[in-house]
Design a binder for this molecule. Structure first.
Ligand code: GDP
Length: 421
């Protein structure tokens, strides 16, 4: 592979700026600027020179092929953190035969050299995008290879089951096994149960990754927008304030005690004779129904029963001027009940997080579903198809970690990576 380089630290002024070089010849290129660097993984303080010209004083480290992030020979130049220095060193590297890396190219090489599997790369992408504590905790586990380790254990079970099926053919001295040991079915049933448990944990893990949605609904003038403004202003860290993609819903993304939560303000939910607007209202209602939780805001006790789901919260608004006692009393004017409301939302959502598994991407759950479908009802299959079911399940697990079929996903995944990663 050709020699690539990029700044591994964000562009701009800072204490240190790290340029990473990867590929065969990374060491000799670093030595061309820094002079002899006899040992790998030792930090050398060196004057970097381009011919006679002094570029910077830097710490220089190199890693052998097979013992680096990309799996290739890698050198790192830890420069003083001014953009002009990084630019000058970059031009010296280009003259020395390296080219600027594409976004995610270091990680792509790590994958191609078997240093990371596809799920780890997805976890790393999530980690780089993480904004809240729960997102960080989940992503760091996955980036650390937890999916791959689990997949290896599952593949081990399939290999054992496959070997037992094979053995039953040999002993019977026939082409086709007619007496598959019960142990095989026990192994496959337990494995399928495990896969199903992971599949069940997908939705919560996906929500931790992308954020939970909480819809604030209720009749016009109930105080929905005031509530959301109150939440945004006082109680929580504001992450983003996205004007809705439709005119019917405004989204407010917040970090609620470590959970990424998007509040949906459905103030535009009202009956209308205008056809376009009616479509918008229908979409907003669908969105409210599919949200993870709904807060029904009302100052009159009225709630829309069609939108009510078990576990929803009833918030009685304008408690400063209203005596109604049903539901949780809140006031966006005095702040009464707002902390309790957020506590309740947090409690409900964190109980969902408790069921989160390690599978958090649609691609991953698809592979697991294929494996579990292949293993369903194996004990009712004709014996010759049991080995085939095991093979199909095994292929699906290979797909889970990108041992096969990764090409289709790599380009998509790396669009979220920055240059230098
Ligand atoms: P929405 O249509 O449900 O979004 O309702 P708004 O948030 O726009 O509020 C409608 C009206 O009720 C506005 O005049 C608000 O100032 C008022 N309002 C909202 N919340 C409270 C509250 O807690 N106490 C009082 N006194 N008035 C409120």
């Amino acid at each position: 592979m050709d020699l690539i380089f990029a700044e591994a630290t964000p562009p701009g002024r800072g204490g240190v700026s790290v340029i990473r070089i990867s590929g065969t010849g990374a060491l000799s290129l670093a030595q061309r600027l820094a002079g002899p660097l006899p040992c790998a993984r030792l930090a050398y303080l060196r004057n970097l020179r381009d011919g006679e010209e002094l570029l910077d004083q830097a710490l220089v480290i190199w890693f052998e092929a097979g013992a680096s992030f990309t799996g290739e020979e890698v050198a790192e130049l830890h420069l003083h953190g001014a953009p002009v220095i990084a630019r000058r060193v970059a031009s010296a590297l280009v003259v020395g035969g390296a080219r600027p890396a594409e976004p995610g190219e270091f990680t792509r090489r790590a994958f191609l050299n078997g240093r990371m599997d596809l799920a780890e790369i997805e976890g790393l992408g999530d980690l780089l995008q993480a904004e809240t504590e729960s997102q960080r905790q989940q992503a760091v586990r996955i980036a650390g290879g937890e999916v791959g380790r689990r997949a290896e254990a599952w593949r081990g079970v399939l290999i054992t089951a496959g070997a037992l099926v094979e053995a039953s053919v040999d002993f019977a001295d026939e082409e086709v096994p007619d007496d598959i040991p019960e142990e095989v079915f026990g192994l496959l049933r337990d494995l399928r149960d495990e896969l199903m448990a992971e599949i069940r944990g997908y939705q919560a893990a996906e929500r931790v990754r992308t954020g939970f949605e909480v819809a604030v609904i209720g009749p016009p003038n109930a105080g929905k927008s005031s509530l959301i403004n109150r939440i945004a202003r006082r109680e929580v860290a504001l992450v983003s304030d996205i004007a809705g993609t439709t005119r019917d819903i405004i989204e407010l993304g917040i970090d609620l005690r470590g959970l990424a939560v998007t509040f949906l303000d459905t103030a535009g939910l009202r009956e209308s004779s205008d056809q376009v607007e009616r479509l918008g209202v229908a979409r907003a209602r669908d969105r409210a129904v599919s949200a993870d939780l709904r807060i029904h805001v009302s100052d009159s006790g009225y709630t829309d029963r069609d939108l009510w789901r078990e576990g929803d919260i009833l918030a009685h608004s304008k408690s400063d001027v209203s005596q109604n006692t049903t539901g949780l009393r809140i006031s966006s004017v005095t702040g009464e009940g707002i902390t309790q409301l957020l506590d309740l939302i947090y409690e409900i959502l964190s109980s969902k997080v408790a069921g989160a598994g390690i599978i958090s991407h649609a691609r991953q759950v698809q592979a697991l579903r294929e494996a579990s479908v292949a293993l369903s009802c194996v004990d009712e299959l004709p014996p010759e198809l049991v080995a085939e079911a095991i093979r199909v399940a095994s292929v699906s697990l290979d797909r889970l970690i990108g041992r096969i079929g990764a090409e289709d996903y790599l380009d998509v995944i790396f669009t979220t990576f920055c240059i230098g990663k």
